[in-house]
Design a protein around this ligand. Structure first.
Ligand code: ATP
Length: 219
């Protein structure tokens, strides 16, 4: 069965989530209090509705309970974001993702039961800073406060060696979960896989271990 999504708040974040979900073939209800915003999405979303989502009866009348995953992308109006999340939770929406404006907002959202809180500017800032600090780290995805996945360019120290030779897991406590080679992704490479020039390694581990690996091997 196709997943049903609803996105509340059609600013830059909410709008791009709607566009991407639709492009990926999902069914999306786009909701905003501002009718001009809703008009913009009338041709894009599966359904576009003008509604004030701080009103419980309005949310119920939209059948919001039947959506598997609802995104609350209301930014500046923190009160509306919190109230909307609370109502969605009370109605029993299975999965709620909310955009937080700041750390206090995030704390409240988690307390009232948001399943996932995103902080786009902060998260992107962290990602950019990590990418900027290292010439070898091509991309960075934070999994938690301690763990990340990074993509690193294989260098001279690594090329020509097999994974078993390098013994990276025992030496550095990190795992190579995939190798990007010639536009292909080699997932869960075998221990006998030999690293080639141009390979990009997708590495998972604690930030400390990744940093250690980077300092010892990649610099
Ligand atoms: P972005 O950075 O993603 O552009 P933002 O942080 O600037 O977003 P806002 O523009 O404040 O966020 O809010 C996003 C949208 O949420 C707006 O289009 C606004 O009309 C809508 N919105 C605000 N309050 C409500 C509400 N009570 N019900 C439904 N939509 C709302």
């Amino acid at each position: 069965m196709k997943k049903e999504f609803a996105v509340i708040g059609l600013g830059r974040l909410g709008g791009s989530i709607v566009q991407e979900l639709v492009a990926l073939g999902a069914s999306v209800m786009a909701i905003d209090i501002d009718s001009e915003k809703v008009d913009e999405f009338a041709q894009i979303a599966t359904q576009a509705v003008v509604a004030d989502t701080t009103d419980e009866s309005v949310l119920r009348s939209l059948g919001i309970r039947n959506f598997e995953h609802v995104v609350v992308a209301i930014g500046e109006n923190i009160q509306a974001s919190i109230l909307t999340t609370l109502i969605l939770k009370e109605i029993g929406v299975p999965r709620i993702t909310v955009k937080a404006q700041n750390d206090h907002h995030e704390k409240v959202l988690l307390k009232i039961g948001a399943d996932q809180v995103v902080h786009p500017e902060r998260d992107m800032g962290r990602r950019m800073a990590n990418n900027m600090l290292s010439n070898n780290i091509l991309d960075y995805l934070e999994l938690s406060d301690e763990y990340s996945i990074v993509e690193v360019q294989a260098n001279r120290e690594l090329v020509g060696h097999t994974l078993i030779d390098l013994d990276i897991r025992a030496q550095y406590g990190i795992n190579i979960v995939a190798i990007k080679r010639d536009n292909h992704l080699l997932v869960s490479p075998q221990a006998i896989e030999r690293i080639k020039d141009g390979d990009i390694l997708v590495v998972i581990g604690s930030d400390l271990d990744i940093h250690h690996f980077e300092k010892e091997i990649l610099l």
